[in-house]
Ligand binder design. Structure first.
Ligand code: FES
Length: 119
């Protein structure tokens, strides 16, 4: 039996380690905050689901993200392109800007987020 600390109990599970690969994404609303997970060749990354151009969601339908043939995340509204590993915008109206990264916490085989980090 595994005993969790109070800090571990406060974490919110988002997915399993290795569950999302390159070209895959998932969105969440956590206590009113819009969060997205992106699978990359360097593991899963978490960002606020808010395009730096106009603050709009990066999904075009629930849990549906656009990826270019080069593996960049493409905003469906005006075409900004983002590196999935770093969140850097490499092309489009917010070129040079960046997605806001969020810290993921590993809890065993799970990837979690501390809801306090979203405030
Ligand atoms: S809202 Fe994303 S490129 Fe305009």
């Amino acid at each position: 039996m595994t005993t969790r600390t109070r800090a571990e109990e406060a974490l919110i599970r988002l997915c399993e380690v290795g569950e999302l690969g390159p070209g895959q994404g998932r969105e969440f609303t956590i206590q009113g905050h819009h969060v997205m997970l992106l699978g990359t060749h360097k593991g899963v990354r978490a960002y606020r689901n808010s395009c730096p151009h106009q603050g709009r969601s990066l999904t075009f339908a629930p849990n549906e993200f656009l990826f270019s043939s080069k593996g960049l995340l493409v905003c469906p509204h005006h075409g900004a392109s983002f590196e999935t590993v770093t969140g850097l915008c490499t092309d489009g109206p917010c070129k040079g800007g960046s997605l806001q990264g969020l810290e993921l916490v590993a809890r065993g085989d799970e990837l979690c987020i501390d809801p306090a980090s979203l405030r």
